[in-house]
Write a protein that binds this ligand. Sequence first.
Ligand code: SF4
Ligand code: SF4
Length: 506
Amino acid sequence: MTAPTYDLGKLHGGLRLPGHKAESTSNPILDIPIPAQLILPLEQHVGEPAQPVVGIGDRVLKGQTVAEPDGEMGVPIHASSSGTVVAIERWPVARRHGEKAPCIVIESDGKDEAISDTAASDYSALAPADLLLRILDGGIVGLGGAVFPTAQKLMQARTCDTDYLILNGVECEPYISCDDVLMRERPEAIIGGARVLMHALQVNVCYVAVESDKPEAIARLGEELARVDDDRIVVKQVPTIYPSGGEDQLVQLVTNREVPSGGLPTDVGCIVQNVGTAAAVYDWVVRGEPLISRVTTVTGDGVATPVNVRARLGTTIEDIVKFAGGYTDRAYHMIIGGPLTGKSVSTDEVPVVKASNCVLVVSKSSYVRGELPCIRCGDCAVVCPVQLQPQQLFWYACADDEQKLRDFGLTDCIECGCCDLVCPSHIPLTADFRMAKGRIRELADEKARAERARHRFEARNARLEREQREREEELARQKAAAKAAGPAAIAEILRRKQGHDEDDAS
Ligand code: SF4
Ligand code: SF4
């Protein structure tokens, strides 16, 4: 069954890029054996890191909570297999600049013994608010790479008039194919997850957006929709243009509604969830398995056998690449994520986390490009999907001109990397914009800190002035009373005033 094509909104700019997907989609998803050690970073989501609730030496079971959320944006972390906690220590993680971060290290016992099943198969009997809490308990975050806590995003949408749930199956960045294979192999989990999410949101329309170059995924989703006979859910094909999978771009394409600058899809009645996130919601709410594994694409000309694997969270990249046949002689550079938005890492000790949609290992020839001066050709502006002028932003980023960067819309940049790709001078524009955004954020934090200090200083001065005024008023009142009482009382008041003045001076 093929999904019909619908009228679509227009995407500005963007690029048709070589997909490099076929390399990793010729095999089905393969399960990686449980490794000897699982490394679980406490920070796998947007928001405060989770706080450990286990100690060294504790035995844990698969699916057991090992770290609790901290703060409004927190989510829990679960043991991805059974074993013993052997360390809580800093470990290399997939962050820029090769930083380390606190992790719970579990030595697995190979038994994969799970906590008792807590599945709520009849989710429709749950009130939406209870369903949101349940989704939070499953540790579920956006699996498209943004890792925004799913329950919090749904709660925010519940406070707005939300018309459409959009499931994002538009995997537009080259090399990444984990969503494509998931749609082909587990359409029941994606459609089932869509139905759970619709109940949680109380919306009646869901669009599953898939690029037109994924006929097999479109067919499998169509068959599943026919099986469950739910006409509230519709598959929409979108053109294969990068970055049509960006949240705002997808809302525009699917609903023809434009997300305002600085706004959110909920401002125009939409909420976007990745198809992998929908499947994770289904696995937790219906099957009782929290988010302890994910599908990751292992690919690039630096990997012997590109493939999609289902890995337990905490498996190291070293183990995954070994499973994919190891490195080729050409392996030169490693990226976690796609070639345009991913993060370069310098060690394969980093573990798979909730955000790890792809491990890309490339050769030197496909990575190194020398940078030349800007020739003002304007190609970067033509492809920018947010209609920015990257060449101007580049100029102001070099000049560190925060105001101009704001005026020219730097904060609207989605860091898609289209401008980098077309730049004949090979200027790493996106990296410059990312750094400039970081500087602006730091300046804003500094400003906020200075503002708080100024408030404290002014409040202290106001308090001191008030106390001084009150003392003077009291003195005047006493003087008036003493005048009526005679010279001895006046002498006593003057003596007390002298005492106050000496206290103030000290
Ligand atoms: S990285 Fe930013 S400036 Fe460059 S094309 Fe994408 S949105 Fe535009
Ligand atoms: S594409 Fe590169 S060279 Fe051309 S205007 Fe943009 S930054 Fe300058």
